[in-house]
Design a protein around this ligand. Structure first.
Ligand code: ZN
Length: 102
C-alpha cells in the first residue's frame, strides 16, 4: 500500500500508459497485445518495488494500492478495511467499532 507521498511518485508512471505502449510498439515492432503486456508499467512497477520492497508484477494492480482508497486497519485481523466507510471487515467479517457519538 502506498501513502499519498508515495502514490505521487508512482501514479505519473502509470497514467502515461498510452504513450508507453506506443513507444514500446515503435521500438520493438510488436502487436498491441504484446506491447500492452511487456511495455506498460515497468517504470511504475520498479518504483513500487523501490518504495515497498514488494515485487508486484501487474501494473494494473498498482491502481488498487493507494492507501487513501481504503479504511483503517481491522482491529481483529489488521487488514485495511475496503473503504473508509466500511461497517465490517471483508477479510474476516469483524464488525467495525463505531466511535462513541456521545
Ligand atoms: Zn478483519
Amino acid at each position: 500500500m502506498l501513502d499519498e507521498a508515495e502514490w505521487v511518485q508512482v501514479e505519473p508512471l502509470l497514467s502515461n500508459a498510452i504513450k508507453q505502449i506506443k513507444r514500446y510498439r515503435a521500438e520493438h515492432d510488436v502487436s498491441l497485445a504484446e506491447a500492452r503486456r511487456d511495455g506498460y508499467g515497468k517504470d511504475a512497477l520498479e518504483r513500487y518495488f523501490q518504495i515497498t520492497g514488494y515485487r508486484e508484477t501487474n501494473a494494473d494492480a498498482l491502481w488498487h494500492h493507494r492507501l487513501l482508497y481504503y479504511g483503517p486497519p481491522c482491529i481483529k485481523c489488521g487488514k485495511p478495511l475496503r473503504t473508509p466507510q466500511a461497517k465490517l471487515c471483508a477479510e474476516c467479517g469483524a464488525t467495525v467499532a463505531v466511535p462513541n457519538q456521545g
